[in-house]
Design a protein around this ligand. Structure first.
Ligand SMILES: Nc1ncnc2c1ncn2[C@@H]1O[C@H](COP(=O)(O)OP(=O)(O)OP(=O)(O)O)[C@@H](O)[C@H]1O
Length: 236
């Protein structure tokens, strides 16, 4: 079996006195796309934050690429190659698309501007536009492209298609598939079940800050009862 690139073991986390993460355990192996599912407020974003150092775990371990990074500051974790693309996309509205990309370029990165334009041709078309002039879908593409330029060993995407039109959703799913084909593993938080089942090798479901289900793509696809119970999705 392939060794896990990311291992989260029994992670607990608080916002003030609220015990939000109550022992989350999951792993992502080399080359995998893994989804983290669950209803609103289940703790998906908080799990990504606890991995990337934005929420310091009160207990448990986060191991990444063989190193225990629990409690490290976000920038140190990012330097190790763990990239988080948050739901609110953090791009610079006053800079052009290309400037947004240029400031994310990194010496020695296997990813060049040309490589990201190959995956996101729309960004090349819009390269002189201001970041603030982009549509929601284009902003999402720009945020992912910026993360790629940083040469991530693992990409974490928080609801990349939320609120986007179906045609843009399809485009982004296709782009994520292309990124996956380059070998970069992805941890994907997503509510859109069709997107998840299309992309993922394995799934975890969170409820009240705990993992209540995990299974492979095939197991999950066949398990209507689980989908109904934890996600409120009726079989059809
Ligand atoms: N900064 C914060 N301060 C206090 N409570 C928070 C904070 N952020 C999130 N929470 C609470 O923590 C719980 C988990 O939130 P989280 O955002 O991780 O859930 P989620 O599964 O990502 O849901 P959603 O899809 O709604 O973002 C929720 O009850 C939420 O209200």
């Amino acid at each position: 079996m392939t060794a896990a690139l990311l291992e989260i073991e029994n992670v607990h986390g608080y916002y003030g006195k609220s015990h939000i993460l109550q022992g989350v355990t999951l792993e992502v192996r080399a080359g995998e796309v893994v989804t983290l599912l669950g209803r609103n407020g289940a703790g998906k974003t908080s799990t990504l934050k606890s991995i990337s150092g934005l929420l310091s775990p009160s207990a448990g371990r986060v191991r990444f690429a063989g190193t225990d990074v629990t409690g490290w500051r976000p920038h140190r974790i990012a330097q190790r190659g763990l990239a988080l693309v948050p739901e609110h996309r953090g791009i610079f509205g006053l800079l052009s698309v290309e400037e947004n990309l240029r400031i994310a370029e990194r010496k020695g990165s296997p990813w060049s501007l040309k490589d990201v334009y190959r995956i996101f041709p729309r960004l090349e078309e819009r390269r002189r536009n201001g970041g603030g002039q982009l549509s929601g879908g284009e902003q999402q593409m720009l945020a992912i492209a910026r993360a790629l330029l940083n040469a991530p060993k693992l990409l974490m995407l928080d609801e990349p298609v939320e609120g986007l039109a179906p045609v843009i959703v399809d485009e982004i799913v296709d782009q994520i598939r292309k990124i996956r084909a380059t070998g970069i593993p992805i941890l994907l938080v997503e509510q859109n079940l069709a997107v998840c089942t299309e992309l993922a090798d394995r799934h975890y479901i969170l409820e009240l800050g705990r993992v209540v289900y995990h299974g492979t793509h095939d197991e999950f696809a066949a398990d209507e009862a689980t989908k109904d119970r934890y996600l409120g999705v009726k079989a059809h």
